[in-house]
Design a binder for this molecule. Sequence first.
Ligand SMILES: *Cc1c(COP(=O)(O)O)cnc(C)c1O
Length: 500
Amino acid sequence: MSPNSKTDQNSTITEETLDPENWETVRDLAHEIIDDSLSYTRDVRERPVWQQMPKDTQAAFETPLPKSPTSLKKIYKSITKNVLPFPMGNIHPRFWMWYMGSSNFTGALGDFLAAIIGSNLGGGNHSAAHIDNQVINWFKEMIGFPPEASGSLVSGGSMANLLGLTVARNTMASVAGVDLREHGLAALKKPMRYYTSDQVHSCHQLALETLGLGNSSLRRISTNDDLTIDIEALNKAIQEDREAGFQPACVIATAGTVNTGAIDDLQKISALCHAEGLWFHVDGCIGALIAIAPNNKDRVAGIEKADSIAMDPHKWLHTPFEVGCVLIKSEQKHLKTFSLTPEYLEMTKRGIAAARWLHDFGLQTSRGFRALKVWMSLQEHGVEKFGRLIDQNIAQGQYLNDLIKQETDLELIAPTNINIVCYRYNPGGLNHDKLKEINIEIMLRLQEEGSAALSDTTVHGAHCLRVAITNHRTRQSDLDFLVDETLRIGTEILDKGLNK
Ligand SMILES: *Cc1c(COP(=O)(O)O)cnc(C)c1O
């Protein structure tokens, strides 16, 4: 008799489960949720980008720990009332803040199905593990990495960079004759140094702090007018450090900086790393995927020469959060850094444990099936369409750049390289602090009016508004609107002052 057919006739104990008591009621509600979700996605343009949540809505999130049940219907009702109307806004066509993707419905279905299947990507012999491997193989192909390279899907770019920089650290320690896993940092005879530009993403400082090397081991090299790393200064810093008794270990090139989208000269950095015996890591969270964009792929030529790459499908592939990917050229170095098999996870010849453990490629043991959402949308649209969408955003960046140039009261603050435009309202005759105050007010009014979401930053000392167009829903007319609104609000502030 199979255990499934056993009857409970004589059972005297009550055993509970989380499954629905009435599957049909839940089925109806689940259909309703899917229907609403489709409309929510379809109609996103009709809603404000963002809106301030009223105080009484906030109170809905301060209720005490629930001890007794609430019906799913009631829970969903509170979601439609208190949650859905108050998103961050990044799926909206006029969200250009910071740097993130705008999601997609198929990806959302992927997340749902991944949870339904429920497989753990710590590893094992099952379909999800095959898809995880396949997606990593697809990423290698997109970037031009060889099939024998390895990789891992992680929560995002910060984790992908951390893993890449960890493999760099351990490998370079072993070049210096130190087994870092066994003996730790104290065994290093010379302190290590990593090099990157002054435009580096903050996650690298955190990574080096976490790796025990410390913030001072990350040398920020000055940048040229186009915000790419100054290669001569980089070379000089490496020589200086060698003479001063440090071990130069790794160069972190950025393919698409957060501030302005600048792409370091990957060919030159690769040659320098090769000549100096340094690890070549590329932070490609923004720009690695330009490798699939037909009109722009030359911008990242040389990326395939990297020893490790961090990339971020939840940005330019618009995968719902979370998914990042680290690729390591040498599988052996990758495994040497992370592989560890305790006695309770030994592989078997047959059955569920008859496959390489995927936790050997990173720091997580249990891991979600984040590959599915990528796998589904890549198949649905084909990689060529994703490439065209990247070209489209870069063309939109140039379009906005040109619009701004035509307006005497608007000023470009940095050259527009790809899809990031840095500008400010500047009617003339105002000092830097006053301009900063006015531009921050423009940014906040755009957000509060729900019309557009921009961020701000400071580039080589000048404060500016920053528009990052990583958005498959943005149209040119949205950018026309942005320019008109910046001028309208700027003039209004000049006329009536900062207080509304
Ligand atoms: C976004 C970004 C990161 C961090 O990625 P997360 O997915 O937010 O963790 C790192 N580097 C660059 C250049 C980025 O743009």
